[in-house]
Every structure is written in C-alpha cells, then in structure tokens.
Design a protein around this ligand. Structure first.
Ligand SMILES: [Zn+2]
Length: 306
C-alpha cells in the first residue's frame, strides 16, 4: 500500500517535471518555435513578435516535398517548445519525425483545423489534398489563425500581445488578398493562363480567377512527355499566350522544348520570369516575407501576361 502511494506520488512528480520540460523557453522567457517552411516561420514571427524565437528548417529554394531532416534539424526540433508544419503531406518525408516528437512536445500542422471542403484534391497523389494552401491568401489566413491559437495555448500570459498582432496581421492579409484579385483582373481574360513548372498554383488559380497549367508531366521529356509538350504548344499557340514561367525546381529542357515548339508554330512565347512556389526568397528581403513573396509573384505574372 505504502509502496503504491509512493509510486503514485513519484509518477505525479515525474509527470509534473515532464510538463515543465514541454515548454523550456529561452532564458529570457521566449517561446522557442521551429517551423518547416519559411511561410510558416513568417506567420510565427508576425504573430509572436518579440515573445518568440523562431527558426525555419527549409530556406530559400528548398523543395519541401523531398526534404529530409538533417542531424542539425533534429537538434533544432528537439530544442523547440513548439514545432509547426504545413501538413497535407507537404513535408512527405518528415511524417515519422513529427509523430515521434509529437509524443513529447507540441507539434501542430497549420492546416489541421481548416475545413476539408476548402481544400483542393491533389492531382499528384490521389486520395489526398493539395498542400499548397499559401497561394490563396484567404485560405492562408486560416493557417495564420491556427498559429495564433497555438501560441496562445502554450503561452497564455502573452495572449494580449498575440491577439493584437494577429488582428493587425490578418487585416494586412485581407488587403493583400484584395490587391492580388485586382492585379490579376487587369490581365485580359483570354490571356489569363498561368503556365508553371509544377502544380503549386491551383489554389492561386481558383482564388484569383486565372487558369493554371502545370508543366510537370513533361519535365522528363520521355515519350508521353513529348505528347504533353505538343499539347501544351498547341494550347499556347491557339490562345496566343505571351509567357510561361519557371520555378527553381523545373528542368530548363522542358521549358525550352515548349518555347522552341511554339516558335516552330510561328508563335514567340517568352519566359515570363521565375516564380516563388514552395519556398520564399532570402530572409531579410521583401520576397523573403510571405506578403513580399505573393506581391513579387503577382508582379511577375501580371507584367508578363498583360
Ligand atoms: Zn509543391
């Protein structure tokens, strides 16, 4: 009996100690947050402000679909009070890491509380959803709200600060959403076709009324790839599309085949520039923020297609 009692007290103590372990915070009391993508990192610093110390695992030009956690990442993840990731299988190779760490600390997908009917089903992976939710600003607001609620749940003392930051930042996202809508609307409707490297822009197309075609199927230039090139060339020539866009991840070969094919059919299509898709620009620059990344993309698209 006595042993049992001791055991229970011991267990309670252990649990209490464990709970303290969960929010280590920095020495000056700041919450330590690790994120996968730069977009989530940007949401965290906008909502968390001076109350958090955040770091992103995936920098500029990194493809989250293929990303594997390095030893250095594991250290950062173990060190954090909170881990935030996109979810919807964007970080396809990190599921096991999140599952393991989720048993000992707060690990949250920023997409986890969004109503399923707001997601597009994924063309790449049947039965799953398109993870590129940051391309519809109104949808990304839901992810930002999730970041807000998670910070409050772990650090309720600073709730007034988080609430105020969230109110202000969500308002600037409303303005951004409207600005993107208005900009894309200046492209003549018959020119409003966005041809890009992979299928990241589906939400963008739906939210801002621009047709999106992915080059992904032709990136290897295999036999069926050549037919895709021909179909795409016909589409571009027929619609007199002015430009196609590259992303850092696309093979130049595929783009050049399309441009060349159009030329042979008497139509000059330009490479309209490079778009930020699954990673933002360099931290510290305008395109290294979420708002800056969206603005920069829209400027590139509008000036090439208008
Ligand atoms: Zn992607």
């Amino acid at each position: 009996m006595k042993m049992n009692k001791l055991f229970i007290i011991g267990s309670v103590l252990l649990i209490a100690l464990g709970a303290c372990e969960h929010t280590k915070k920095t020495r000056d009391g700041k919450l330590k947050v690790a994120t996968t993508t730069g977009m989530i990192y940007d949401a965290v610093i906008n909502i968390g402000g001076n109350q958090v110390v955040a770091q992103a695992l995936m920098g500029p030009g990194v493809d989250p679909h293929l990303y594997k956690a390095t030893q250095g990442d594991l250290k950062k993840l173990q060190d954090a009070d909170l881990i935030l990731y996109n979810g919807l299988h964007l970080e396809g190779k990190m599921g096991e890491v999140f599952e393991k760490l989720g048993r000992i600390k707060a690990v949250k997908a920023v997409s986890s509380h969004i109503e399923k009917d707001r997601f597009r089903s994924s063309e790449l992976y049947p039965g799953t959803y398109d993870p590129h939710i940051w391309f519809d600003v109104s949808l990304w607001k839901e992810a930002v709200t999730q970041v807000h609620h998670t910070l409050v749940s772990l650090d309720s003392i600073n709730q007034p600060i988080y609430d105020e930051n969230a109110f202000r930042y969500l308002k600037s996202l409303d303005s951004l959403h409207l600005a993107v809508k208005n900009s894309i609307a200046t492209i003549p409707p018959n020119q409003r076709i966005l041809i890009t490297a992979h299928d990241a822009f589906g939400y963008f197309g739906e939210a801002y009324d621009i047709e999106v075609k992915g080059l992904q199927g032709i990136s290897t230039l295999s036999e069926p790839g050549l037919k895709d090139v021909a179909d795409l060339v016909n589409m571009i020539v027929e619609n007199k599309i002015k430009a196609v866009f590259i992303e850092t991840s696309v093979s130049k070969k595929a783009i050049n085949a399309v441009v060349e094919g159009c030329k042979q059919n008497g139509h000059d299509v330009q490479i309209g520039g490079s778009l930020y898709s699954d990673a933002m620009g360099a931290f510290g620059q305008f395109e290294g923020t979420y708002i800056g990344m969206v603005h920069t993309n829209v400027e590139t698209i509008v000036s090439a297609l208008k």
